[in-house]
Design a protein around this ligand. Structure first.
Ligand code: GLU
Length: 271
């Protein structure tokens, strides 16, 4: 009996230590390996896209991630992700952090951890000029968006009679709009503005003033990775204080840029 009790306690201990050993400590690991692996979008101006000259992925999300890598004293390694693949990639350990136009919300926060909000936008539509004045104009219509996005969920709720066609990413959805296969494309306004800015036939389209949600972006990290999440949050607040966050925002969204946003954003603890 005594031996059995010792065995049971021993088993429990092994289980406990095993769990503790599995808890992520990305902060220590990244410092040790000297590389921060970041999941980014690679076709969404101005967040993450391939620069025509350098052939490298650049953008607002990339610059935010670069500042964090620098603070860690680590090299920045970028891995393209889609809306649907980013959380599995993180949870499987293929990337250390997500910086990929990702909305933080309570549902996702059940599976992963989020930083403070580092960008804020809201969900709108691109449609042919004059075609959409309210969500009612899209009732019963086909609407394009990306798989695994909040855009997909929100539009199904906002316009239940619509048929939602989900693509890997938004440029494919915009192609479907150009080909007349969908009546609109829906996602965050800042992404739609980026898609329109680079479309040669943009004069035929518009982003009507019809918003169906608020979309605050957070950097995604593994849920049990408390030290790393705290480090990233601290870095974001330091970047806000030093003016570096504003500098990055202005580089991509300030007056005089192709993606000028009238809505500015400030990183604030807890938001
Ligand atoms: N921000 C929204 C989301 O996280 C839409 C953009 C995206 O799919 O990345 O789902």
């Amino acid at each position: 009996m005594k031996r059995l009790a010792t065995f049971v306690i021993g088993l429990a201990l092994v289980g406990f230590m095993g769990k503790a050993a599995l808890a992520a400590d990305t902060l220590a690991e990244v410092k040790k390996k000297g590389v921060l692996v970041v999941g980014v979008k690679d076709s969404l101006q101005p967040f993450g896209y391939v620069d025509e000259k350098s052939r490298e992925i650049v953008g607002y999300d990339v610059d935010i991630a670069r500042a964090i890598a620098k603070k860690l004293g680590a090299k920045l390694e970028l891995k393209p992700v889609t809306s649907a693949s980013r959380m599995p990639q993180l949870m499987e350990g293929n990337i250390d952090i997500i910086a990929a136009t990702m909305t933080k919300n309570p549902e996702r926060a059940k599976q992963i951890g989020f930083s403070h909000t580092y960008f804020a936008t809201g969900q709108k539509f691109i449609a042919r000029k004059g075609a959409v004045r309210s969500v009612n104009d899209l009732a019963g219509k086909k609407i394009g968006t990306a798989k695994g996005s909040t855009s997909e969920q929100n539009v199904k709720k906002a316009i239940p009679t619509s048929t939602v066609l989900s693509f890997d990413d938004y440029p494919q959805a915009f192609l479907a709009l150009q080909q007349g296969k969908v009546a609109a494309v829906t996602t965050d306004e800042a992404i739609l503005a980026g898609i329109l800015a680079k479309a040669p036939n943009r004069a035929q389209f518009e982003i009507p003033n019809v918003q169906i949600s608020e979309e605050p972006y957070g950097l995604g990290m593994r849920k049990d990775d408390a030290r790393f999440i705290a480090f990233v949050d601290k870095t974001l607040l330091e970047m806000e204080k030093s003016g570096e966050a504003k500098k990055i925002f202005d580089k991509w969204f300030g007056p005089g840029t192709a993606f000028h946003m009238t809505r500015t954003f400030k990183i604030t603890a807890g938001k």
